[in-house]
Design a protein around this ligand. Sequence first.
Ligand code: ADP
Ligand code: ZN
Ligand code: ZN
Length: 668
Amino acid sequence: MNNPRPCYLQIAIDTPLNAVFDYRWQHEPPQIGQLALVSFAHREVVGLIVGITETTEVPVDKLKDALAVRSQLSPLSDKWLALAGFAADYYQRPLGEVALPGLPKNLRVSTTVALDRAIKKLAKLDAPHDPAPANMPQLNASQQVAADAIGGAQGFKPTLLYGVTGSGKTEVYLQACAQVLAREPEGQILILVPEINLTPQLEGNIRARFPGVMLATLHSSLSEGERMLHWLAAHQGQARIVLGTRLAILSSLPHLKLIVIDEEHDPSYKQQEGLRYSARDLAVWRAWQLQIPIVLGSATPSLESWHHAQTGRYRRLELRERAVQNAVLPTVKLIDMERDKPSDGLTSQLITAIRQRMERGEQSLLFLNRRGYAPVICCESCGWISECTRCTSFMVLHRPEHRLRCHHCSLEMRIPRHCPTCGNVDLQPLGRGTQRVEEGLQALFPEARVLRIDADSTRKKGSAQEAFDTVHRGEVDILIGTQMVAKGHDFKNLTLVGILNPDTALFSQDYRASERLFAQLMQVAGRAGRAGIPSEVLIQTRYPQHPLYGAVVHHDYDHFASALLEEREQAALPPYLFQALLRAEARELATALEFLAMARDCMQHPGITINDPIPMTMTRVHNVDRAQLLVESPSRPALQAFLREWLQALRDMKSRVKWSLEVDPLDI
Ligand code: ADP
Ligand code: ZN
Ligand code: ZN
């Protein structure tokens, strides 16, 4: 048999080098979008075929043969490759670093056995394929309008579903999905949620509603085997609905017809390391690419999306009322901590309100966005405080574990018996975190079933779900938690929300702090009174006159958002301006700053502002000093063009300083 003429495969590999590599192939030509096994830097790695050519510029003696092509897997589509290509371009990363890490690990290892076995499993898992929904509740009028508008939309139609907490946005998504599934015989739907802890609730709803439809879930707590199975179900089109966290935005969905982004304002949609992408923004691009509808839902939309709705780029649909009969938004009251001085962190009004709930058999939720027992311990005789030796931050007291812990570098130590400076044995906790509040509550209400939910109490796999189930089963009287409990959950018997200590964020330097605080307060307040029992939210503050709290009291997102947008416009801040942040890390701060100064000076461009390098607010983490340089432009394309050239220049500097670029940074 004649060997076909050799061809050359252009293969994207997961490396920081900004390149696609050529390999020779002497067998039947494969297809673009297939995976190939190659040898790279003395290792066998799996890469993605992004081009096939008849010639190459690589000299013959440098050229290697590709080892194998993974033919069991159908190729990733052109559309998917274009999505990865767009993300790589936009976030200024090499294609391989974008395209490959999103694929299940088992596809990226050098053996093919694993792949065969999975694919076989999938055949067994095949569902009956009956898109008919079960038990559709009657929608109210505004829900019906929204569901029809979303479910019936054709072409690229971004919709902002602005619905107060408890207005039944989930039901709107589900009925819009039902319409799409019924209309598109093979159509797939992607639903994103910001937090892994929100997937079980929605997964349950979807399964109950669409018993005959295959649902795939994609999030970081799946085992590799599960991840592979679900990814393949999406890739091969069997899964009609894919539910996931931000990483699911890069899944392969050949028949995608609708995208749903729940709680679109949530900062968790932004990946904060490696490829720092916004899953929400990529979703909008993906919907545009495929010319399909997308819905972004929230009670507190991001200012970016609100701005798009105001300018008409997005269509706005509103749900002004809660869906459950007689359910109204909770009454929000401010407790002035100067007048009602708290003991153990709780004011007398809040304690009374909790006691009432206990008597009525209703649940209370206390929200404090600070885990641990106390943020710091100190010596009252010499002033020593528990600083981290490796970071610009404090060691947090974790009393139940008898440890001090740095939340930034994970440094841990036993609680010192006496002051390291003066020997005083009386070290005091300063301030309070969730553990300390839990302790105080238990002392105040010895008969109460108190449950704390935060990153510490839910470290074990599955324990967060277990904890939320306990609340839903009514086995908890008082729930205390961090932002983990604030989002999305539909607690039926909860009628009191107490918010402790939110004031610090009022005076943050971060221009997004008030947007975030407002959203957080509205979201946590929204956990109360969802089943129709009258409910209240009590906010303990030293600044009851602050306009932000006024807006929360009146549930007035509209005016607050418009006022913030006006401020942003006047101050020339996003969304009226586009930003990128260059970060540098070094042992010495001066080295990082020097590198950034060189970066600032190496290129100039009309329409681009390059600010001066500054140390990051938390300068030192794990013995590394960090600095940053902000680049801004009123034009996104101008910024993109500049970044492309600039990054090349930075790479050419071959500096030993570790640096990275973030486009559309959230934290600056
Ligand atoms: P949101 O996501 O807007 O905060 P959910 O979708 O969680 O709100 O809905 C809040 C509650 O309202 C849920 O318990 C849900 O079952 C209920 N619900 C939604 N739509 C309706 C409806 N049309 N009639 C009765 N109850 C509804
Ligand atoms: Zn001391
Ligand atoms: Zn540290």
